[in-house]
Design a protein around this ligand. Structure first.
Ligand SMILES: *Cc1c(COP(=O)(O)O)cnc(C)c1O
Length: 448
């Protein structure tokens, strides 16, 4: 008995077009630039931005979108942010430099992250970025730096709700009160504009409740400028059909994976409400009898910020791997072991002790008869645990050396979060694609 499974990834129209009409170009790109190759499509990013903005407009809420830069390192997405006049959320000097260099105004940049260095805070102050304060100690340093740089710091207090009491990030309710007092005392250097939070998980009602509480804190602050609530990120992405996802989970077992690996948990790949739909839900959540969050926010003249990372990158990239070889153990084990040029560092879900589950697509290098073929996918390194796909995936054709395997929807965190030059492998290139029917234009991702 072979425990193969399939879980087809949802495919955007640009991916369909690419595979139908430009498969030759795709192969040439991998020939020329190497495997793996990440392909990114800023056009899709633009559309995702518009969907979130539309959600704010529909609810008549003043809202801004910041792209959480850590979700992908490509320059093209920062350039897209500058083009559609949205901001960027950064958490390091390098990210802040890239955002500025890409054309994003300092006032549109949010700086988050724990225990920020003086260098990051100083750069943020000089460019009038919106700083999310992580601790009282940090607030004190910001006040001193602002004084010496003759700046007035634009601040949000990052709030850590009691539901996330174990979190490493933000100020607990008591620390938040102390920070407020301090901001009032040092109003000459500290311009407190509101509060922020960023929750783990994807619960929309929970986000609405915390946001509502922070609207109350804004009002109670007695500071004129304290009218912004930043909801952070965590807008789910739908990678597969929700019904197929439920069926997949119901039948999940260790035997489905190479070496009976099994996993304790997965990203919610089949989210019922995703992206801007999740924002619609947050805004429509009742936060007191007869009052939605949107209505409360409007009533109190509060502005919202969201910081989606993954959700702005939904369908905005794919990763292509060349098959290096196949060890066909179908007769003894019931499945084959495929090795691709690349490693699991190019598909970063192992960070979470988990696996990126949507099926990779097979692009055979030569025509061959259809016949069922079950395989797991490993990387070309000397580590047993370097598996891109532990799952025994059911393919429609036998896999051969030279074929391409395409992992779909990888732009959000999958493609480059964990990449390293392990085994002296060069870091993969990113190719920026633009599809203008019937033409395909491509260029290497660059700062210019
Ligand atoms: C990581 C992060 C985000 C983005 O989260 P997504 O799940 O990618 O939407 C937003 N804000 C902060 C503060 C973060 O740390």
């Amino acid at each position: 008995m072979t425990y193969s499974s399939s879980l087809p990834g949802l495919r955007h129209l640009w991916v369909e077009r690419l595979l139908e009409r430009h498969a030759g170009t795709l192969t040439e790109l991998v020939d020329g630039l190497g495997s793996p190759l990440h392909l990114v499509c800023p056009q899709v990013f633009h559309a995702n931005v518009e969907a979130f903005q539309h959600s704010f407009t529909q609810a008549q809420v003043r809202g801004s979108v910041l792209f959480a830069k850590k979700a992908n390192k490509a320059n093209c997405f920062i350039q897209a942010c500058a083009q559609c006049a949205i901001g960027v959320d950064v958490a390091s000097v390098g990210e802040l430099q890239k955002a500025l260099a890409g054309g994003v105004a300092g006032t549109d940049i949010g700086v988050s992250g724990p225990r920020k260095s003086d260098q990051l805070l100083g750069l943020g102050l000089s460019h009038q970025c919106l700083l999310a304060v992580d601790s009282l100690e940090e607030l004190l340093r910001i006040q001193q730096l602002a004084l010496s740089l003759r700046q007035r710091a634009r601040l949000l207090l990052r709030y850590c709700p009691s539901s996330q009491a174990h979190s490493r990030f933000g100020l607990n309710p008591r620390e938040c009160d102390q920070a407020l007092v301090f901001c009032r005392q040092h109003a000459a250097n500290l311009d407190l504009q509101g509060f922020s939070f960023h929750l783990g998980g994807y619960d929309t009602a929970q986000r609405a409740q915390v946001a509502s509480h922070l609207v109350d804190l804004c009002r109670a602050s007695e500071l004129d400028n304290c009218r912004t609530v930043n909801l952070g990120g965590g807008f789910a992405v739908r990678y597969v059909d929700p019904a197929q996802w439920q069926a997949f989970l119901a039948e999940d077992c260790a035997e489905r994976y190479h070496n009976d690996k099994g996993f304790a948990g997965f990203y919610p790949y089949g989210a019922l409400r995703a992206g801007a739909e999740a924002l619609d839900d947050i805004l429509a959540t009742p936060v007191s009898p007869g009052l939605s969050l949107a209505q409360k926010v409007i009533e109190h003249g509060v502005r919202l910020i969201i910081e989606p990372g993954r959700a702005l990158l939904d369908q905005a990239g794919i990763s292509v791997f060349r098959v290096q070889g196949v060890k066909d153990r179908t007769a003894s084990d019931g499945y084959a072991q495929v090795t691709v040029q690349g490693s699991s560092f190019n598909l970063s879900e192992q960070w979470f002790n988990s696996e990126f589950l949507p099926d990779p697509l097979l692009l055979p290098a030569s025509p061959r008869p259809r016949s069922p073929f079950v395989a797991c996918i490993g990387g070309a390194t000397c580590l047993e645990s370097d598996m891109l796909t532990w799952r025994k995936v059911a393919f429609d054709y036998p896999i051969q050396a030279g074929d391409l395997l395409i992992y779909l929807n990888t732009a959000g965190y999958q493609m480059d979060s964990n990449e390293s030059p392990f085994h002296e492998a060069p870091l993969p290139h990113k190719v920026v694609l633009e599809l203008r029917n019937p033409h395909l234009r491509w260029k290497l991702d660059s700062l210019a």
